[in-house]
Design a protein around this ligand. Structure first.
Ligand code: K7E
Ligand code: CUA
Ligand code: CA
Length: 637
């Protein structure tokens, strides 16, 4: 398919190719790059300079700091990244489901305990696929406690402490495959004793036999998908709800009453053609209060060896709106993202295979649950045509939505109110306010504070899936592009391209005052801290405990003697208190490499196999005598 020029910014009638995609086009999209416009590069449709800027706002002068953090999921790299915005500078990579030898994630005993190990002590998984990362909330905005991120490959939810920006907990979801959408509670805490966001909602994209133990392999019609609720504080799975169809993206309401997931496979099909058979799919809403009441009342089952209580949210069991746990709202064919507007009123579903966005009014969904709305579909209050391949929507806090258009390689700005007026029958209004090319094929777009009540409409980051000609080529795999747009004016203005190591998906842009970190740990927070009193070597059979301290530029023991066949646990506490004074610890030919930040303690366990002398050395440049910071590990035959 040939790319056409972007539609004029005031376009409301879109060309006929924007009509529902025909079957042949869909097949083409499924099998080749035909529809995704890989045929060539394009010029920027705007040559405009940043509106309010004589100087480029993305140029942060030396010594100056960014105004926002962006927390970005890294797709199948398995980690989370932290950028400063508007500069786009990379501040940190947080290893989560992947291993990382800079910090020793996957090497230290502490990180292994978080990641999960097999009985022999090796890591259970070393891969992950992080798509969605969201902060915890209080009063409708970020409370700087945690970030949550999914692993689609192994269906695990990870929690990251905001103060240290380190992963501290990973929870597997039982009987789930393809855990994709995630959103934490946005309601104010109800449990005063806990006093923070208490739930994280998780959708499952792939239906599987329940339990997945070899049964029903030939009959996918018996397979199912579970929606999971995880307690943010304990990271335990509280309950699950079985649904019809699947779940992809998730959103939660600001009042804590509703969570919702888009469904592209309402057909419950097991092949591509089947998943595209229905003209409409759905956004399934969960009535959280009723589900939790049903759990409390014990109207539950369990699946396989899992002890997590499961309620039935399938259509057949939820015919009466007044008692229903779920509400399936029909939306455009094979939808993708669902996003909550910062005024708390609407969820917007992006059509993907339909060139529309569907605006669902949450008050009307609650009306349906009360038995006061005729059909689920009556909760839809707008369905503007916005362009080809809509995926995700962000908001500016001024009533405008910004939807990424994968096939059109654009971001489209549209007015939610005007779309509602148009849906009501006003033919004079034009909801589309602006379009801007991005390069190329955007996935998520997200705006500054856009997922909070403090949405400020300053910046929009477009995470693009293809960069093609935007950067120097580096072989077959190009970097992805993150493009930052100024959305503070009437027209969007492209400010900068920056590269992203594949493959970024979603992100959140958090005002820097909403992030509280600490740079130096408290030694007593580490139960295994090594002090002058307990440092040294202790042997029990062939198990040797080496308790070591680091203080620039030396380790506390210059010589450590062990024997071949020992199982050595080396615990290292960094006694330096100076901010940023990190030491590393590498042991040649033993596959040991990790860091200890000021006042932290980390440990590793390894077997000695070969007699010899091994220099334990500091890997992290810490001092003028950093290179001299070494100890001898002497392994005796
Ligand atoms: Cu659109 Cu996994 Cu959020 Cu990626 S999903 S783009
Ligand atoms: Cu310690 Cu380098
Ligand atoms: Ca479908």
């Amino acid at each position: 398919m040939k790319r056409t020029k972007p539609a004029p910014t005031d376009a409301i009638t879109v060309p006929s190719r924007r009509d529902f995609l025909g079957k042949s086009a869909l097949a083409g999209m499924a099998t080749a790059g035909a529809v995704i416009g890989l045929s060539g590069c394009k010029e920027d449709s705007k040559a405009a300079k940043p509106a309010a800027a004589a100087a480029d706002p993305t140029h942060i002068a030396p010594g100056q700091l960014d105004t926002y953090y962006a927390f970005i999921s890294a797709g199948h790299a398995g980690e989370v990244r932290v950028l400063g915005l508007p500069s786009g500078r990379t501040l940190k990579r947080i290893p989560v489901f992947n291993t990382d030898c800079m910090v020793g994630w996957g090497t230290t005993n502490e990180s292994k305990a978080v990641m999960g190990t097999k009985p022999d002590g090796s890591l259970q998984y070393t891969t992950g696929d992080t798509h969605h990362v969201h902060g915890s909330y209080k009063d409708g905005t970020y409370d700087s406690r945690w970030l949550f991120v999914n692993d689609k490959i192994h269906s695990r939810l990870a929690r990251i402490r905001m103060d240290t920006m380190e992963c501290d907990k990973i929870t597997p979801l039982p009987n789930v495959m393809g855990f994709h959408g995630i959103f934490p509670d946005k309601r104010d805490p109800v449990d005063a004793a806990i006093n923070y966001t208490t739930r994280v909602f998780c959708g499952a994209e792939f239906h599987i036999p329940l339990p997945n133990d070899g049964r029903d392999l030939d009959d996918p019609s018996k397979w199912g998908c579970l929606f999971s609720c995880v307690d943010a504080a304990t990271m335990e799975v509280r309950w699950q709800c079985r649904i019809d169809g699947n779940m992809e993206l998730m959103a939660t309401s600001y009042d804590g009453k509703l969570a919702a997931a888009t469904q592209y496979n309402t057909e419950n099909a097991a092949d591509l053609a089947g998943m595209m058979a229905a003209e409409r799919d759905a956004c399934v809403f969960f009535h959280i209060e009723r589900i939790e009441a049903a759990i409390k009342a014990g109207k539950t089952t369990t699946i396989g060896s899992s002890k997590v209580p499961v309620v039935d949210g399938r259509v057949a069991a939820n015919g009466d709106p007044k008692t229903a746990l779920t509400c399936y709202v029909p939306v455009g064919k094979n939808p993708h993202g669902v996003n909550a507007s910062p005024d708390g009123k609407y969820f917007v579903c992006a059509g993907k295979l339909s060139p529309t966005a569907t605006v669902i009014e949450l008050a009307k969904v609650m009306q349906w649950f009360a038995g006061d709305l005729k059909t689920q579909r009556d909760s839809v209050v707008a369905e503007p045509e916005i362009g080809l391949g809509p995926l995700h929507t962000a908001f500016d806090g001024r009533g405008n939505a910004y939807t990424s258009l994968f096939l059109d390689s654009q971001v489209v700005k549209w007015s939610v109110d005007l779309a509602i007026a148009q849906f009501k029958g006003d033919k004079t209004v034009k909801p589309i306010l602006d379009r801007h090319d991005v390069h190329y094929q955007p996935g998520h777009g997200y705006s500054s504070m856009g997922e909070t009540k403090e949405a400020d409409g300053k910046y929009f980051n477009s995470g693009n899936k293809f960069s093609k000609d935007r950067f120097l080529p580096v072989g077959p795999l190009h970097p992805e592009t993150e493009q930052i747009l100024d959305i503070s004016g009437d027209k969007m203005v492209l400010l900068a391209d920056h590269t992203a190591y594949p493959e970024p998906h979603d992100g959140c842009i958090v005002r820097r005052d909403r992030v509280k970190t600490r740079q130096v740990a408290t030694m007593t927070d580490f139960p295994n801290a090594v002090t002058a009193e307990n440092a040294g070597i202790e042997r029990k059979g062939n198990k040797v405990s080496v308790r070591l301290m680091s203080q620039a530029p030396a380790f506390s023991m210059p010589v450590i003697k062990v024997k071949v066949g020992d199982e050595v646990t080396l615990t290292l506490t960094n006694h330096d208190k100076v901010e940023d004074l990190t030491h590393g610890c590498a042991i040649p030919f033993h596959n040991i490499n990790f860091i200890v930040n000021p006042q932290e303690t980390r440990s590793v366990t390894f077997k000695t196999e070969h007699a010899g002398a091994y220099w334990i050395y500091c890997t992290h440049f810490c001092h003028a005598l950093h290179l001299e910071m070494r100890s001898r590990l002497l392994v005796e035959a």
